[in-house]
Structures are given as structure tokens and as C-alpha cells.
Design a protein around this ligand. Sequence first.
Ligand code: NAD
Length: 284
Amino acid sequence: MVAQIIDGKAVARGLRAQYCERSERLARRGVTPGLAVIIVGANPASRIYVQNKLRACAEVGIASFKIELAETASSDEVIAAILELNSRPDVHGILVQLPLPAHIPIGPVLRSISVDKDVDGFHLYNVGGLVVGDTVFPPCTPFGVVKLLEHEGISVEGKNVVVVGASNIVGKPMALMLTQRDATVCICHAKTRDLAQFTILADILVVAAGKPNLIVPQMVKTGAVVIDVGINRLPSGKLVGDVDFDGVRQKASYITPVPGGVGPMTVTMLLNNALLSAERNTTS
Ligand code: NAD
């Protein structure tokens, strides 16, 4: 068996075309959807991510506002910037680019974002919403995975799903979203003993560990759907996921490539959430 490659770039392109129509509909009602991005310090990777998000906003007709704060900014200064954005009617979504400098505790910052503008879905209220299946904004990366599975017509109901990685931004919300869709979900992490005994049972394997070549063919059931969320830069400069793509492709039924799989969906879901927020705020 050779797996079908899930082309996240193409799926994202199709969705973004629909999003242009959504922002045109809002424009006809006099509303320009707006997303504010706060970046603290000069982390080069963060700068590139922010640039990509702002460019994506422009592509679909979302106004974007970049708020840059110095590396030395205090927690109070970051929160003050958020509170100002919370009160602005032209800002429908707010995100704080992570990671923050080490001296700024992340919890109070994320909790100061208005729940109705928390387009990254990291506020405790939104996280709690995931547990009961009623979140305001689903977090972008796992939401992107759900959308890819839906697009390919892959049902998760009753399937054995194994999520490798248990972070707050990918693994845990991923597991909750798939549980909500009636999958039987197992979460593995760095302390899991004998990872392969879990992964081999997966009908759908989602990997988000940040470890190149963590998943090799012997760990994958024949016919499994393999979603690789990992992004790793090798010393050669090549970008790879967490899965041995060439090997696992010979065994799986579907597989996402890196780059071009889950990555393009993450920013696309951010656009979706910003539009959703503007649509919810537009009553007439
Ligand atoms: P993280 O470091 O916060 O969490 C990694 C998780 O993987 C932890 O739960 C850890 O216990 C687990 N893990 C680490 N080594 C493991 C091992 N050997 N076996 C089993 N589990 C192991 O990372 P994160 O923020 O969740 O990101 C994970 C990966 O996904 C990274 O490569 C990151 O770059 C990528 N990522 C991609 C996107 C995207 O849009 N495609 C978005 C976010 C993160």
C-alpha cells in the first residue's frame, strides 16, 4: 500500500478563497474584520510567523494590526496593550505570539484577552470549552487537523486515535477535539513507556512531538491515517516532520507531508477564527 498524500496547501488555498467571500459579505455590511498581533521582543522565528500571519490576513481581506513591544516589556505593559485592544471595536481577534520572554508569566497574559477575541483559543475559558465540547474558538493547529480529516472524508467516529505529544497548544486540545467527535483517544508523551505498543493500534495517528524520525514504519498499522504536525529543521537546513515520511508512506493509507501538510492549515484556521469573531459581532 502507498499512502495518499493529504495536500494541506491545496486545502488551505480552497478555504482561503471561501474566506475572501466571507470578508466581502462583512464589507457589504460595513465591517472590516480586524486581527491584532502582539509580539514581544525580537525572536527571529516569531517575527517570521507574525509576518506570515499578517500576509495571510491581507490575502483574505482581514485588517491586521501589529503591536510590537520591547524584549524588556513588563507583564503589566503586555496586559495593558491587550486591555486596550479588548476595547477596540475594529479589533475582532487578538493573539499574543508565543513564546513570550522568560520573565513574563504566560497565564495572566492569555487570561487578559477577551474571551470573545481569543482567536488562538488559549484562554482558560476556551480551553474549558474544549472539555465540554462548546469552545468559543477552537485552537488553530488541532482545528486544522480536524478540517483536513473532514476534507478527505475520513471519519473519526469509533476509530482508535493515538496522539503523540501532550502540549497545551497541540496534543491535549487535539485529543479533546477528537474525543468530542467520538473517537477512542490515547495520548502519549515523552514519559510514555514503549511508544510503539500504542502507535501500532492507531487507525489514526497524530504526531506532535518535535522529534524527527520518531515514528518509523514498524510503529504504524497497515492502512493507518498518519498526520504529522511536527516541524523540525535538520542541521542541513531541511524541514522535516516527526514521521519517517518515505518509510511510513509505504504502509499508511493517508499521510500529511512536511512542509505542506498541517502547517498551512494552522494560519488558515486563525483567519477562520478572526472572521468568525467579526461575523458574531455583526448583528444587522
Ligand atoms: P512541545 O515541546 O510543547 O510538546 C511536545 C510534546 O511531545 C510533549 O508533550 C512531549 O512530552 C512529547 N514528546 C517529546 N518527545 C517525545 C517522544 N520521544 N515520545 C513521545 N512524546 C514525546 O511542542 P508543541 O508546541 O506541541 O509542538 C510539537 C511539534 O509540532 C513541534 O515540532 C512544533 O514545531 C510543531 N508544531 C507545528 C504546528 C503546525 O502548524 N504544523 C503548530 C504548532 C506546533
